[in-house]
Design a protein around this ligand. Sequence first.
Ligand SMILES: Nc1ncnc2c1ncn2[C@@H]1O[C@H](COP(=O)(O)OP(=O)(O)OP(=O)(O)O)[C@@H](O)[C@H]1O
Ligand SMILES: [Mg+2]
Length: 346
Amino acid sequence: MPSHPIEDDQIDPYEDLAFVPAIKNMPRAKNGGKSKQRSTPARRLNQEQLTLVAAEQDEQFRYTYQAGRLEAAWLYESLGYFHMMKWIDDILRVVKGGKEASVYLCKGNQTTGADYIAAKVYRPRKFRQLKNDHLYREGRQDLDGQGNAIINKGLLHAIAKKTEFGRELLHTSWLEHEFQTMQLLHEAGVDVPKPYASGNNAILMDYFGDEVMGAPTLNDVDLDHGEAKQLFERVLHNIDVMLAHNRVHGDLSAFNILYWDGEIVLIDFPQAIHPDINQSAYKIFQRDVVRVCEYFARQGVRSNPYKLASDLWQRHHHSFTPQINHKILQEDRDDERGLWESLRNA
Ligand SMILES: Nc1ncnc2c1ncn2[C@@H]1O[C@H](COP(=O)(O)OP(=O)(O)OP(=O)(O)O)[C@@H](O)[C@H]1O
Ligand SMILES: [Mg+2]
């Protein structure tokens, strides 16, 4: 079935839950590889019905936010586990609906030790506006719901053939990449929200904002000159540390930087790439730097983005044309076979 990217206001994104990925630790997830079973409509319907009934009957998971019936089922499937594991106590409200995910403000629990938690809940795959993920997936391993590289041939085949099941796996992998990147960067001291847990189609992380509103993104903020200069340096420092840890954000701009209490925090990492394992790495990196510089130029901070990008890149000894080892490419993946063959024969 084709996926149709849709405009936010055209359709209720919770109308059809058929493609909500399996919950980690639920029986369906253990069917890994049995794509036939997973793709029969009857089974999906069953899963939806079960989720709805479970959500309605679960006396334990009552929350403040007034969700519609189908949205409630989606939230139950995505966040019920985190509630059960005492990561969150309550869902308070929607912070923002993005193209890929909706972010909810949750009350933390003693497990997280945080008053508030942001839960990024990915849209059901069918309603996710797909970024051009092929570009970012080049050479990177796909991850399963436990965050491990997928090595099972059947699963890899489903991904390569883009079956419904394969697309579900990719959806999960996209989310796990975001979580693992956030973990790595948070530990490296980059200004990113502290990630707490992932799975069940959602990521829990530190929340920026207060009870009333989430932190605005930088593009909605006008800075005075002194602060703009200081924050520009801060963003460049973050980019520098990311490069030192072999990560390029891949979609960095003032739209993916939150501003709160004079501080900034970088968000939205599923498309992050390794600078040496993607042939377009430098172009993607340069685009990140240019977009950041464009915002700060509007705030009166002048710079030379192309020189900046090139200097940063060289400082970390990354190649402008990465030498990709064919072993990291998958010959049975349509999108990588050509590259795989050319490198193997080189
Ligand atoms: N940790 C957080 N604390 C507060 N608000 C957040 C947090 N993370 C995300 N948000 C809010 O949710 C929005 C969407 O988050 P994010 O950019 O990660 O998802 P997305 O679906 O990829 O969005 P888009 O496609 O619009 O970039 C952000 O623009 C921001 O307003
Ligand atoms: Mg975003």
